[in-house]
Design a protein. Structure first.
Length: 474
């Protein structure tokens, strides 16, 4: 129980994991028994310094609790003997002597001063307190929805924990408590992610059965970034500490479980849609929900495939129902789901997604068909064929696009008088235009041989080629 009490705060670190020194010996020496007078002096000093230290370290966001001077007496005894105290000590002691100036107690250079103190060095014993305290400040900031401060506190807490774990301090601390098993070490670190994981699930409303779409985007963004920051710092540290490696694995599991829970929630929202009498706002709600969340969380292959598949399925059903505002509705649906299909397309082309080629291509064909302007429409069909070679609808639509381009070219050719080919240089330009027209016709036929417009355009092109005196080689 004492162990859980000591570690029930939260944590935050600096972004210096990659620069941590190799694990070093810092086992604290056994201190001699303190006399009553010395204990009294230590208590008085803690009572004086703890409120000011907490005010400074929290950048004025937190106040000392009633029991802090007693609980944190060891922190004060440790911090004042560290090299870092030479940097911040004079400032802290000066502020402690004049507590009435609470509005101006922190100068603008405190962050720089603190960074210099960290560089000067804190003992692992002191940093253990820092890790816990910055975690506590982080929780308080999240509760107050001060996410900018929460991010700073989390970063500092993680950095302090990594510095502690790069020494043998924790080994000695646990041994002194009679807790030496690896499992105990892992349990010690579990609270580092527990609060952040809970905040992530709360922000995503994953456990709110009454209102599962009531997403708190600020809380979600903070919690996700906090967990991914922790994972990145653990990886960058190169630590071989088993408990720390286990913590990194736990973060990965939490993030993966969250992604899976979101997909299940999305599936429930899609299943609840009523397509017998569709309402576009109701149809878009699951996609808008996913859009908001996955602007924060990364879109992986499974998420991209699931959302794209749902959009394509709804798109086909809307086309079958044929509402009056079909084109408008399809554009809104495709716009909402576009980030996911773009991601799916990239995953397929990179060989990271399989079996979703046709779905991705269907989506791209829809985008081309419902594009307001004809210019650039063919690019969507070409992308669809690249993702899914031989895709029937994409090939057919691209074939007709080729004939549309051919039609435009024939229109210009028809305006050319046959006699003009007698002018120097003109014949070459005419021959080039006719050759381009034949190439478009061949492409259209190759893409979709069943195109019923092929013969009609072949006859028109042959007529113009003959009129202008160009050789018909096709």
């Amino acid at each position: 129980m004492a162990l859980l009490t000591l570690i029930s705060f939260e944590f935050t670190p600096l972004t210096e994991a990659a620069n941590l020194k190799p694990r070093h010996i810092t086992t604290p020496q056994n201190l001699p028994e303190r006399s009553p007078k010395r204990r009294l002096l230590a208590a008085l000093r803690a009572k004086t310094l703890v409120p000011t230290l907490i005010h400074c370290l929290s950048r004025g966001r937190s106040k000392a609790r009633k029991d802090d001077p007693r609980i944190l007496r060891d922190w004060v005894e440790s911090i004042v003997t560290d090299p870092g105290w030479q940097v911040i000590g004079p400032r802290v002691e000066a502020l402690a002597e004049d507590p009435k100036k609470s509005g101006t107690r922190l100068a603008a250079d405190w962050l720089q001063l603190w960074s210099k103190a960290v560089a000067a060095g804190w003992s692992p014993r002191t940093d253990h307190h820092h890790a816990l305290l910055f975690g506590r400040f982080c929780d308080e900031a999240v509760a107050a929805k001060d996410f900018e401060s929460a991010e700073y506190f989390w970063t500092e807490s993680v950095a302090a924990w990594l510095r502690v774990l790069s020494s043998d301090y924790l080994d000695a601390w646990l041994k002194g408590m009679g807790a030496t098993k690896a499992q105990t070490r892992e349990q010690l670190l579990e609270p580092i992610i527990a609060a952040r994981a809970a905040q992530l699930r709360s922000g995503l409303s994953l456990e709110n059965a009454a209102n599962p779409t009531a997403v708190d985007l600020q809380k979600t963004r903070f919690a996700w970034q906090a967990l991914t920051h922790l994972a990145a710092q653990i990886k960058a540290s190169g630590s071989e500490e088993p408990a720390l490696i286990g913590l990194g694995d736990a973060v990965a599991r939490d993030l993966g479980d969250t992604q899976a829970a979101l997909l299940r929630q999305f599936a429930r929202m899609i299943d609840a849609l009523d397509l017998s009498a569709p309402n576009i706002d109701a149809l878009l709600a699951p996609f808008n929900w996913a859009d908001a969340i996955f602007e924060i969380l990364p879109i992986d292959a499974s998420v991209a495939a699931r959302v794209s598949d749902a959009a394509v399925d709804i798109g086909w059903k809307l086309r079958k129902l044929g509402p009056d505002e079909l084109d408008k509705w399809m554009k809104r649906l495709l716009s909402a789901a576009r980030p996911f299909n773009d991601a799916l397309e990239a995953f397929i082309l990179d060989g990271q997604a399989f079996g979703q080629n046709s779905t991705c291509a269907d989506f791209l064909v829809f985008r081309g068909e419902h594009r307001s302007r004809s210019k650039g429409r063919d690019a969507f069909f070409e992308r669809a064929i690249k993702v899914c070679p031989g895709h029937r609808n994409a090939s057919m639509m691209l074939s007709y696009e080729k004939l549309l381009n051919l039609s435009d070219l024939l229109l210009r050719v028809r305006m050319v008088p046959s006699a003009i080919t007698m002018l120097p240089g003109t014949a070459t330009r005419v021959e080039t235009a006719i050759a381009e027209a034949w190439e478009l016709l061949e492409q259209a036929e190759s893409l979709y041989p069943s195109n019923d417009k092929i013969d009609e355009y072949r006859q028109q092109l042959a007529h113009e080629a003959k009129r202008l005196g160009t050789e018909k080689t096709r």
